[in-house]
Ligand binder design. Structure first.
Ligand SMILES: Nc1ncnc2c1ncn2[C@@H]1O[C@H](COP(=O)(O)OP(=O)(O)O)[C@@H](O)[C@H]1O
Ligand SMILES: [Mg+2]
Length: 337
């Protein structure tokens, strides 16, 4: 595909009785790239995905997906994309295979190839054993994998995943990460994925856009975003509390250490983690013993904190736009998955 897979320019969505859910965002996603859209509850992730998948008209701005305008060429956009959305409706009384057959029919897959396509996808997402069981008995992880298979039925070139792993246990989460990474790296699929988990954005995304209150506050590769925050810090726990001052003095050559709980001392390594060896040598030469050393690399959470003044984890609870009713509805949905 020539040109970018997704282009978004000054995209805005206002709700009549609500906030500016999406407030003038710009972004570009290259073919075969995994773009992670990271932000807390209520940030505007789903609203963005709904616009890019043509399910919700923008208030202003423009966007193209697969080279097609989302407002004027909706049918072409829909033919190029697959989407697994947060509100995905699976029918509890249908089996996994029946869902896939139905979707294949809706997508106009010829009758002769429908069964083969369903089998292929069941195999790919690891639902062969459960294929003929009703979805009502599936676990949250199995439902998400079926959602993914359904989005892939017509072999789209661009895939939208809205919080595909929210509420899943770590094992189901990493299984889904592997599959998404394989789709992008082996098949060149473009993936636009929203998440509120920084580990997910970090592990999976080639590039991350951090969204907060409808605005993109930072965008780059995870490595560059973290590098921008600065160098790593080392937390030193003295073996003997009485040596705390001596250790603080020895660490002084790297910067001024801050004191934490249990007598710990934390200092930033201005030249990066390579200085860890020097730090150990300095302490050793001074005859100072430590109980533990902990290297802390900047995380995407530190990036979010630096850009917004809040921690990403738990940021939703402080979201002034979220009504209590919405918050309950959301957490119920998360638990139910
Ligand atoms: N249909 C709607 N009507 C009014 N406000 C809405 C509607 N959908 C979303 N919002 C509001 O828009 C903001 C962004 O929501 P959303 O895009 O769902 O965020 P996210 O997916 O990042 O959790 C929130 O403040 C939310 O309450
Ligand atoms: Mg959402």
């Amino acid at each position: 595909m020539p040109g970018p897979a997704i282009v978004v320019e000054q995209l805005v969505r206002e709700f009549r009785k609500g906030p500016r859910a999406v407030d003038g965002i710009n972004l570009e996603v290259s073919p075969g790239e995994i773009y992670g859209f990271l932000g807390p509850n209520g940030a505007g992730k789903s609203t963005t995905v709904l616009m890019l998948t043509t399910l919700l008209p923008p208030t202003s701005g423009r966007a193209s997906v697969g080279g097609f305008d989302i407002v004027h060429e909706g049918a072409h956009v829909r033919a190029s994309i697959g989407a697994a959305l947060q509100e995905a409706a699976l029918d509890a009384i249908l089996t996994g295979r029946e869902h896939l057959m139905l979707q294949a029919t809706l997508q106009g897959i010829p009758k002769a190839t429908r069964v083969r396509r369903a089998d292929e996808l069941l195999e790919r997402v690891g639902l062969v054993e459960a294929a003929n069981r009703r979805v009502g008995g599936y676990s949250g992880g199995m439902k998400r994998r079926l959602d993914l298979a359904l989005a892939l039925v017509h072999s789209p070139s661009i895939l939208f995943l809205d919080e595909p792993t929210t509420g899943l246990d770590l094992q189901s989460r990493t299984a889904l990460w592997d599959e998404v990474a394989r789709l992008a790296h082996d098949e060149g699929m473009t993936v636009f994925l929203t998440t509120q988990y920084l580990e997910e954005a970090d592990a999976l995304a080639d590039r991350v856009g951090i969204i907060d209150h409808g605005k993109i506050v930072a965008e780059d590769t995870p490595a560059k975003l973290k590098a921008e925050i600065g160098s790593p810090t080392v937390e030193v726990l003295p073996a003997d509390l009485a040596t705390g001052d001596a250790i603080a003095e020895a660490l002084g050559r790297f910067g001024s250490p801050t004191r934490g709980g249990r007598g710990s001392l934390t200092v930033q390594l201005p030249d990066g983690e390579a200085q860890l060896a020097e730090l150990v040598r300095v302490l050793d030469q001074a005859g100072l013993h430590v109980a533990s050393l902990h290297l802390h690399q900047p995380s995407l959470d530190d990036v979010f904190l630096a850009k917004t003044g809040r921690k990403l984890e738990g940021a939703a609870e402080e979201d002034p736009d979220a009504t209590p009713e919405e918050t309950t509805k959301r957490s119920r949905r998360r638990r139910g998955r």
